[in-house]
Ligand binder design. Structure first.
Ligand code: FAD
Ligand code: FES
Length: 502
């Protein structure tokens, strides 16, 4: 394994290589879908099943952005969510969320079997656990609410973890899978009969009936924006979701010490744990941990140190073979935004705010968006209505985040040292002041300097360094860039401006 592949997600490093063509020229379809992740590929498959023609327009490679960097649990158990949902959206709303996410598990299993996708889809129980007694009441309450909604929930004090647990919720009939194998397999079933998947084709302009890349144009009756967060200013969703970034590791463990289920803690620092048996026979423990602020290296280092310590102390895990980071968006009221981007006219079909549960919720989004794009309504659509405004539930977090955004717009997070290109050692990066401008500079191991503007092309915040992934990440709304300035993740779609050196 090369040093760089250690910084890749395990799923991307061990998954198949897809090779769909780039968009070239004009293509006419019923529905254009920007983004080939969980949402986009699911919607494309369902639209094709409904007899419509689709074109998926993927900026990079299918399944290799947020979906391919997740922990890939397939579950309707999303920590302590049902009690909160029933308070915010009523019992009917919480029931819809439960039914939709349970249906998503079944749909994914059905797709894997129907299209012969070997994606390591394995049934597993899911647990949300508390180590301290103070959370047991909340756990018991969540079990009661979940059971009332028809979910396969029970209370246990023995979830199979190697440390004492005060109480846990167990959900049966859940699953885990390999997200890159799944999406590559599902995407392979789409081309033909007027349907297309395009890769290395970034949308740089769009309208409700058209998507433009540097190589061509897709004309369509509807456009689905399945880009994790809608691009640019569409729907202003960047103001209704806030981004959170997490460290993730895959570390080998002795199979005898591997836990049998999928786990997430109630307490902070939050730990999410699952296992995966690799093709080599090695047993991996996949662990994610506390969120950190985009571009804040100290917090990132602490996060990795914390989960590596946890994995070694409790499971005897070796030093990780893979370490990567991944982000998602917390919606202001606890439910994702799925549907039309605007209540005035139809606009775009969008899905965002999965709060790190977008494998099943992304499948739910695919189902709803495919129905709406086909001109039908869907029974789950009103809960997730993307135009709803419910500012109360997460108001405090939003005020705090928006104040922080204002600070990042002014100055960003600047490391104490170095101060100039010359002071940058190989492998080092910093935001520097050069001729009065903020420049994001990185010197690679070969000594080559990469310098780009540090001003995010979305709305002008100052990007910060992601030491593990070697990317420039924006703390305001989660855009991410390569050291060369190329876009990895939106809401931006424009690269950072390259700076001349010397
Ligand atoms: C640490 C972590 C762990 C997680 N673990 C789980 C889990 O165990 N279970 C679970 O349910 N959820 C999990 N999630 C959440 C889940 O991974 C995501 O919510 C989900 O994968 C999002 O899918 P998506 O299709 O919206 O986004 P993506 O997979 O990011 O797909 C969007 C696609 O759009 C493309 N794109 C962007 N801009 C453009 C453009 N301009 N032109 C063309 N294409 C573009 C991107 O390249 C990308 O491929 C986790 C999240 C995190 C952060
Ligand atoms: S992502 Fe919005 S300013 Fe950077």
């Amino acid at each position: 394994m090369s040093d760089r592949s250690r910084n890749l997600s395990y799923w991307i490093a061990s998954g198949p290589t897809t090779s769909f063509p780039q968009l070239a020229g004009e293509v006419d379809v019923d529905v254009a879908i920007i983004g080939g992740g969980m949402v986009g590929i699911t919607a494309a498959r369902l639209l094709k099943d409904a007899g419509l023609t689709v074109a998926v327009i993927e900026a990079r490679k299918v399944g290799q952005e947020v979906t391919g960097k997740s922990t890939a649990k397939v579950t309707s158990q999303h920590n302590l969510v049902y009690d909160k949902l029933s308070k915010t959206f009523g019992d009917e709303g919480a029931r819809t969320y439960a039914e939709a996410n349970e249906a998503a598990i079944r749909l994914m299993a059905d797709f894997a079997s129907r299209y012969g996708i070997d994606c390591d889809f394995e049934p597993k129980p899911a647990y949300t656990y508390a180590r301290s007694g103070e959370h047991v009441e909340a756990i018991e309450r969540e079990v009661e609410v979940a059971r009332g909604l028809g979910l396969p929930a029970s209370f246990t004090r023995e979830p199979g973890l190697p440390f004492p647990v005060a109480g846990a919720i167990r959900f049966d009939n859940q699953a885990q899978f390999h997200p890159c194998k799944y999406l590559a397999g599902l995407a392979a079933s789409i081309p033909g009969d007027g349907c297309h998947v395009f890769e290395q084709s970034r949308a740089i302009d769009w309208a409700p009936t058209r998507v433009v890349t540097s190589g061509g144009t897709v004309n369509a009756r509807r456009v689905i924006m399945a880009t994790h967060l809608p691009l640019g200013q569409v729907g202003l969703f960047y103001a209704e979701n806030y981004p959170h970034m997490h460290p993730v590791i895959a570390a080998r463990v002795d199979p005898a010490r591997a836990p049998d289920g999928m786990y997430i803690s109630v307490e902070t620092p939050r730990h999410s744990v699952r296992t995966h048996r690799a093709g080599t026979g090695d047993m991996y423990l996949i662990v994610t941990g506390p969120s950190f602020k985009h571009g804040h290296v100290d917090e990132e280092r602490q996060g990795f140190a914390e989960i590596e310590r946890f994995a070694a102390e409790h499971f005897g895990a070796q030093a990780p073979d893979y370490r990567w980071t991944n982000e998602d968006y917390a919606p202001m009221d606890g439910a994702p935004f799925i549907g039309w981007s605007s209540s005035f006219g139809e606009g775009y079909l969008v899905a965002t705010g999965f709060n790190a549960w977008g494998i099943t919720n992304g499948t739910v989004a695919g189902v709803i968006l495919a129905a709406l794009a086909a001109g039908r309504d869907h029974e789950w659509a009103s809960l997730f209505d993307a135009t709803r405004v419910k500012p109360i539930a997460g108001a405090k977090e939003f005020t705090t985040h928006n104040l922080e955004v204002a600070k990042e717009l002014v100055g960003g997070y600047v490391a104490a040292k170095p101060h100039s290109y010359e002071e940058l050692a190989p492998g080092e990066a910093a935001v520097l002041k050069v001729d009065g401008e903020n420049v994001a500079a990185f010197r690679d191991e070969q000594g080559q300097l990469h310098a780009v503007s540090a001003v995010c092309t979305h709305m002008g915040c100052i990007v910060g360094w992601n030491e593990n992934d070697r990317t420039w990440d924006c703390p305001c709304h989660g855009s991410r860039y390569e050291v060369t300035g190329e876009v990895i993740h939106g809401p931006t779609y424009k690269p950072l401006e390259k700076k001349a050196i010397g």
